[in-house]
Design a protein around this ligand. Structure first.
Ligand SMILES: Nc1nc2c(c(=O)[nH]1)N[C@H]1C(S)=C(S)[C@@H](COP(=O)(O)O)O[C@H]1N2
Ligand SMILES: [Mo]
Length: 375
């Protein structure tokens, strides 16, 4: 089968339009991607994050099609710059699309895959962006590899589609296996710089998570001796637990994957803390209690779970992650962890647990996220 897509010497108008669209959509994708990713941009954008997410996915899918379409041609031989112009967008673009699909697919894929996909998605965006700049630069210099006619040999063949499928399969494998963060850590010289000791390096935990979210200005902090966890509501004996009291309760540990609804995941997180059944034992909720409401000392964030959900064996109040005390950004000193639900249920900087007959509307639920956030 041979399709004549465009005549000798010139790109047809629609293909030029498509080309411009691809560039514009890449820029929009980068901007919306940064908005989804960067915690600092979250606060002012909160009411729009869901729509930004949907727009990002939709643009990404159209981007995949528009990127591929002009390239379904046989590569003319002997043209260096053309080759360059041809290979790089595919090199960055194809895996960019694939990693995006992994992220979009969320928990269909193992957390290791999505977490690598998240890192690669960012790195490839940088690569693609750099290429677009170079491309724009030499085009501005008047170097137009295809303006003189690319002989118009349009020939999308089965072979070409198979090549694409193969490329995709390889990309899939690579993303599942190769951890770019581990590579960077492996090749980076350690401990050789004289000033190395003056720079506190982030703990492994800080490097592992995709992003650290806050809906207020900065990450709230609280000294341990000032910290108290209030446990109240419809209970026989409401109480305020000091940090040392909290730490004297029987510890509870587990290893679970963590998934944020915006696409990033962290596999095998080691959590240690207190199970909610310990609080139940202490304060004795009345039989009318159906919900547990959670409050953060950031003053804004709230969450709510059904009592049965809160007492699930996987749910805990965590004070340690991967063997380290929680960092400030991670919700120190205490955060909720609900592994079976999306990350927004896992409220950070927790300072009040209320046993209640009625639920409260959680922070993100207020903006339309479902209260039952099962993954
Ligand atoms: N107090 C508070 N808790 C919060 C958030 C927040 O912004 N503030 N973000 C939630 C979201 S959307 C996710 S995915 C997780 C992220 O945890 P991390 O910030 O430790 O990566 O925390 C959740 N708990
Ligand atoms: Mo999230």
């Amino acid at each position: 089968m041979k399709i004549q897509w465009f005549k000798h010497g010139k790109w047809p108008k629609w293909l030029v339009g498509l080309h411009h669209y691809t560039i514009a959509s890449f820029i929009l994708l980068t901007v919306s991607g940064i908005a989804l990713y960067l915690p600092a941009l979250h606060a002012p954008l909160i009411p729009y994050l869901r729509i930004i997410y949907n727009i990002h996915i939709l643009l990404g899918l159209i981007f995949a099609i528009t990127l591929i379409t002009p390239f379904l041609r046989i590569l003319p031989k002997g043209r260096r710059i053309w080759k360059f112009d041809w290979t790089l967008p595919l090199l960055f673009g194809v895996p960019l699309v694939f990693t995006g699909i992994f992220l979009w697919g969320g928990t269909v894929f193992p957390a290791t895959v999505t977490s690598h996909a998240f890192t690669w998605h960012g790195l490839l965006t940088i690569g693609f962006g750099a290429w677009i700049l170079i491309h724009a630069f030499y085009k501005a210099l008047g170097i137009r590899p295809y303006a003189d006619g690319i002989a118009g040999r349009v020939n999308p063949e089965r072979r070409l589609f198979l090549r694409w499928a193969g490329l995709g399969a390889l990309g899939t494998l690579a993303i599942a296996v190769i951890d770019p963060v581990a590579i960077v850590r492996a090749i980076r010289p350690t401990g050789t710089r004289a000033d190395a000791t003056h720079v506190p390096s982030p703990s492994p935990g800080v490097q592992r998570f995709g992003a650290y979210y806050t809906v207020v200005e900065g990450y709230p902090s609280m000294a341990l001796d000032a910290y108290h966890l209030r446990v109240d509501g419809h209970v026989a004996s409401p109480m305020t637990l000091s940090w040392s009291k909290l730490r004297s309760l029987p510890p509870y540990s587990e290893v679970k994957d963590f998934h944020c609804v915006t696409g990033w995941s962290v596999p095998n997180v080691h959590w240690r803390g207190v199970h909610l059944s310990q609080l139940v034992r202490l304060v004795k909720p009345s039989s009318s209690v159906k919900y547990v409401n959670f409050y953060s000392f950031d003053g804004v964030y709230t969450e709510s779970l059904k009592l049965s959900e809160a007492l699930d064996p996987s749910v805990l109040l965590a004070y340690e992650m991967d063997g380290q005390p929680l960092e400030q950004a991670q919700g120190a000193p205490l955060r909720l962890i609900v592994p079976k639900m999306y990350g927004y249920k896992s409220i950070k900087w927790l300072n009040r647990v209320e046993f209640s007959d009625t639920p409260i509307t959680g922070y993100w639920e207020h903006y339309g996220y479902p209260a039952e956030a099962y993954i």
